[in-house]
Unconditional design. Sequence first.
Length: 696
Amino acid sequence: MTKTFVLQNDVPAKDFKVNYQKELNDEQFRAVTEGEGPCLVLAGAGSGKTRTIVYRVAYLIERGVNPENILLVTFTNKAAHQMLTRVEELLGYFPSGLWGGTFHHIGNRILRKYAKVLGFESNFTILDEEDAKSLLKVCLREEDIDTKSKRFPSPAVLKELISFGKNSEIALEEVIDTRHPKWLKISDTIVKIARRYEEKKSLTNSMDFDDLLLNWLKLLKQFPETRDRLGAQFQYILVDEYQDTNYLQAEIIKELAQVHHNVLVVGDDAQSIYSFRAADIGNILNFPKVFEGAKIFKLENNYRSSPEILDVANSVIENNRNQFAKTLRPMLPAAVKPNLIPANSAAQEAQFIVAQILQLKTGGLPLNKIAVLFRAAYHSQELEFALTKQDILYEYRGGVRFFERAQVKDALAFLKVINNPADEVAWLRILNLQAGVGEATASKIYQVVKGYTDIKEIIASNLGSALGAKAGTGWQGLIGILKKAVSSQTGPFGIAEMVRALAKSDYRNYLEAEYPNWQDRLDDLEQLAVFSERYEDLTVFLSEMSLQESFALGQERPSGHDDNRIVLSTIHQAKGLEWQAVFVINLVDTAFPNQRAMSEEGGLEEERRLFYVAITRAQKHLYLSYPLMGGYNSFNLNTPSKFITEIEEGLLEEVKLLEKFRSSGFALPSNGGQNIWQRKDLNDGNVSYLPDLDSL
């Protein structure tokens, strides 16, 4: 049977305040004016996605739809505020009664009204992330589990496991098996704690963020009358960033749309990059199957990037098989070809980027219009060091600066103790990492070890016999770590081997038990090891690291203060943003695509989508770079990322570095005014030259 979808309360176009046909392109206009019934709007990067949603809301209201019958769902409070503000500006007034906000915000409003149906009171408490972890601590204590005396998943890790299972509809045991197989032997205990956590929330009239979605869906599925009442109210449902929805969110929309069937979702399957948060690209790919008779609109006019950048983006994404085929069409004039920069090493790659940034600045481009993007946070370390040496300010997004990260500070604390056994701050830091050792015990231990001048004497001492059973076990664990580190200290890369010994010790178990992103933290330690290979003297290395931390403190600024800094960001954090010049670094096959992601189903295609997102952040200048060799002064050759090799020939202009930078690896090149690199067009063989830093 064919469904017919009719817009109610039709209003003549001449009475519209907004001239939709004039203010929208043809693609946007069709989506705005023909969006009856189930509709999928495939909005390519930079194609005016937000504009289309905002104008659709205004169009419905101008056609006579009551704002109370419109539901606009977004993913962030910032996006919700932006959209509602733009609707108000467009109409000239705020449409009172319009339902707009994040999934969690809307879920909270609905659950306040229907809480009693689910056994809650309407004044239920919402637990934020810290509250949820505090409640899990109580559950651990009641189960008589002391996470300090033995390696057991921390509240933060438990919360992440429970949350992922809920949002993906995967059993907790299966999540453990997939993410932490070594914990299968304690999975029964973890499941028991999760159940106690759920019971406590119910007894205390509390919900965490996941419950706002889970209970909303339960309300719709288990109480058909309530579902139909809400479905009848929301005549028009609009969802932003649909490619990022998880199982719960997609099911909620499906249930709410059963009455009027007017559900318009906007998204781009080519920018689905959050599977690690349980986002399911299948929700957008299968939308036409789930919603019978769905219309598909494509927004392919790109208003952000130059034609040359879009050629590269289109060339990359066409290699994905599971997608809606789209081709971004440029609306901007031609500019310059994106550059490909094979560097000898990560240090040389960083030095080139710094020099190019300064050249762009000299050409009049503000630093805050420049971004350096990377697949993983540890990729930024070498560049951060180079920026520090040149006193270039930067803003770090997607985490904290490399040398400020807890695991890096932990590793440096171990090295400081080996270098100077009298270092109280370093001793207290590493002692407090040990199972069974608290602050008071750590202070007592330090009072004993500070009398030694050689770390080997401390390792050989019998200090553990004077401690209690739990603290003694922790101390012996620490001695084991220090013993391995000291024995690794010989050889040309002694400092690096000490760091690697730490990463293979019980400290690894500590990271896995304490942090959801423990594998990323191990990557940071390996990057610190690689970086330290250039140093032979431990004292010199630790001094350099202290100066690096001091520089970071000097960069701190008052909240909200906007000065001229470049942006360093993970690609995930950069989604939705844009800059005039973008550098994408460390494009080698061992790093991007990410090896762990490659082992997951659909992992390669998601990694390619992530690369596509990085490319489409650039407006005019795009630089793709990678180091030819791994490590420091090593002969481990890197293979360029397969994503680079997939780019159609002739779309990139290669920059060939002519001379090695100074042997120290720290200073930017100065060679008597001669050029240090040349730019070669991969298509026609023409060569152009870039000046060295001295001429800027």
